[in-house]
Every structure is written in C-alpha cells, then in structure tokens.
Design a protein around this ligand. Structure first.
Ligand code: MN
Length: 130
C-alpha cells in the first residue's frame, strides 16, 4: 500500500504543451502501476488537445461546467457530479464551457497519446447550445 498525501506547497503546474487556454494541474497520485491521477482546472474556453488513452480514463467533474467530445460526435455537456469513462483508443477532448470554468479529476490508465489541437471553430461548433 502507498499513501499519497495532498499538495504540500508545490505550485500548480501550468499546462501548456497539449492544452489550449489557461489550464492548471495538481498531481493527486503520480503514475503508479500505470495509473495517474490529476486534478485539472480549465479556465472558461480552455480544453485539451485531441488525444487517446492507452487503456482508458475516468473523469469525475468536481465543479463548473464543460464539454467532452468524441471524434465524429456532438460534444456532451459536463457538470459537477458527472462521471465519464473513456475507453481505450477513443479519440476525444475535454474542457471548460465558454462561459464557465471546469474542474475535474482525471484518472488515466496507461499512457496518453496526444494529437492535434482542437481548433477554435471546432470547439465553437461542438460546444454550441442545442
Ligand atoms: Mn482524456
């Protein structure tokens, strides 16, 4: 057994390489037996690049509102209390709504394979009110 204590003075990590907009991450559990857990905060309009997960990913939404979008489908709204399972190899992105921040815990199993940026028009179309 291992116990991982919460943040102990380390600054939140600004996520820039594979994210659009202002995104901050706090490690919850460093990669252990292939499982990595992070709390991720997205400012309004911020989102991940397109990506896939080697085994899968669980998202639990803690606060705010946002979107998750699988390639070829309309985005699905996310709000506090929602949980998402993303299976192996499914190309997707997740992030905040245009008018709300989003805070989720991401439990990633296996490696994450990063792809291209979600361009602004694609974000607007996927996240437009329906
Ligand atoms: Mn993901």
């Amino acid at each position: 057994m291992k116990v991982f204590h919460g943040r102990q003075g380390a600054a939140s990590e600004a996520k820039t390489e594979t994210f659009t907009g202002q995104v901050f991450g706090d490690p919850v559990m460093p990669t252990t037996d292939g499982v990595t857990i992070n709390n991720v905060f997205f400012a309004p309009g911020a989102r991940t690049f397109w990506h896939t997960h080697e085994v899968g990913q669980v998202l639990t939404v803690l606060a705010g509102q946002g979107w998750i979008c699988v390639e070829g489908e309309a985005a699905s709204p996310l709000k506090a209390g929602d949980t998402v399972w993303i299976p192996q190899g499914e190309k997707h992105w997740h992030g905040a709504a245009a008018d709300s921040y989003l805070l989720h815990t991401a439990i990633s199993i296996g490696k994450t394979h990063w792809l291209q940026e979600v361009d602004g028009l694609a974000y607007e179309e996927a996240s437009a009110p329906r």
